[in-house]
Design a protein around this ligand. Structure first.
Ligand SMILES: [Zn+2]
Length: 424
């Protein structure tokens, strides 16, 4: 059995202190040198490189050269960029046997195959890393992919989230012990629900004291905190020193400025998650958390989310990552969120790409390892048929996927094969 390569590093994230994060890639054939030719490379940091060769050895990029010997992959005519990072997915969530939303429940063989299929279609869509936020059954999937025995994106998981339920959530000490329990279970990060669903109004479900305890204990354990927050909870989570705000609907401009000041990351959803709910309404209604009234509210939330992104992209210094909230029905269509971001959120396409590359990597404590095409980085490389800076819908046309030096997809240009019924 091949051993898994564990890479340990300690990186400092502004606003979150020194945190350790682990990534692992299955080892490709030892020392094998792969040369890719590219005419256009978006390096993940906002630069465009022309006519270059990317040299990969093992799982890493080792050189960028003007010219070299024989080519292994000719990606000229395509747009080459680092594999995308989705900061917010629910990789194991799916529709169950009855066609209805099954959420995170289920440990039967069918559920496991569905989770493996979600991982496959996500990788084929160009996402080489996802943060799952989270479910206990993420762990075996994460570990199987890391060992190289299943194809899929690199997974970081929160295991079991801390769900705010007012006083019932527990005392600060009980909350601290819950955080330590997730760490023991193998969590890469901590997910916290500090607001009720926006469909129910988005009120706060944790007191400031509880939120402080959660984010402080996570920091002490070397874990980042992703906080599901709307309205007032955005400010509270920022002041509590939490790492990243998920959703952020109805945050004020002042809240966003405070986040920029404190170095907190924002992970807004411009469209895909709500569009997916509306498109699959009959599969969600009647399952826990999804009512007819909730669906009526969603129609109103979509423009609020467009408005949030439109305002957020104008706040100087605010770090915006890319997270889709991919769940049943949207796995493999994660890139649709880029189109929403640019078309409806008014984000600059280069910034949208960077949010899923270098900014996304930095938010996970993996700057220097993921999210850039440069020597020393993991060889996570994708190619699009088209230029997303000119036409953002090019994100639908991923024709090449390499993760950790292993090529998982290399198809000719033209119509992209659909996987598992996934059509953009
Ligand atoms: Zn979510």
């Amino acid at each position: 059995m091949r051993s898994t390569k564990i890479i340990l590093c300690i990186l400092s994230i502004s606003g979150a202190g020194a945190l350790a994060q682990r990534i692992s890639s299955p080892p490709p054939a030892q020392g094998k040198r792969i040369v890719l030719a590219a005419s256009t490379v978006l390096d993940g940091n906002g630069h465009v490189l022309h006519d270059t060769r990317i040299v990969v050895e093992g799982s890493k990029i080792v050189a960028m050269e003007a010219k070299s010997g024989p080519l292994d992959y000719d990606l000229r005519g395509l747009t080459v960029l680092p594999g995308w990072i989705d900061a917010h997915a629910h990789i194991t969530w799916r529709f169950g046997k009855d066609g209805k939303n099954a959420g995170m429940e289920g440990t039967m063989q069918e559920d496991a195959y569905e989770a493996a299929s979600n991982a496959w279609v996500t990788l084929m869509a160009g996402f080489t890393t996802v943060q799952s936020v989270g479910a206990p059954n993420d762990i075996p999937l994460r570990d199987a992919i890391a060992k190289g025995i299943l194809p899929g994106p690199r997974i970081l998981t929160a295991v079991e989230p801390l769900v705010g339920r007012g006083e019932q959530t527990g005392t600060p000490d009980e909350i601290r012990s819950f955080i330590r329990k997730q760490k023991k279970a193998g969590a890469d990060l901590i997910k916290i629900f500090a607001s009720e669903s926006i469909r129910l109004g988005g009120g706060m479900t944790l007191s400031e004291e509880q939120l402080n305890a959660a984010c402080d204990e996570a920091k002490k354990q070397g874990l980042r905190t992703l906080v599901h927050a709307y309205k007032a909870a955005v400010r509270a989570a920022t002041l509590a020193g939490c790492t990243e705000i998920e959703h952020g609907t109805l945050a004020t401009d002042d809240d966003l400025k405070l986040m920029a000041e404190k170095g907190a990351y924002l992970d807004p959803q411009a469209g895909l998650v709500i569009e997916n709910y509306l498109r699959n309404k009959e599969k969600f209604v009647g399952t826990p958390g999804y009512t007819e009234e909730g669906f009526a509210a969603m129609e109103k939330i979509l423009p609020m989310n467009h408005d949030l992104v439109q305002r957020a992209v104008k706040v100087p210094g605010l770090k915006i990552v890319f997270g889709t909230d991919a769940l049943a029905g949207s796995h493999g269509r994660n890139a649709e969120e880029f189109i929403d971001r640019v078309r409806d959120g008014g984000q600059d396409p280069m910034q949208a790409m960077m949010s899923a590359n270098s900014i996304g990597a930095a938010a996970m404590g993996l700057a220097g390892q993921l999210g850039s095409i440069a020597p020393g980085f993991e060889a996570d490389i994708i190619a699009l048929d088209g230029d997303p800076l000119k036409d953002i819908t090019a994100v639908r046309r991923v024709v090449f996927v390499m993760k950790g030096g292993v090529v998982y997809k290399n198809v000719s240009r033209g119509p992209i094969p659909a996987y598992a019924g996934v059509h953009p």
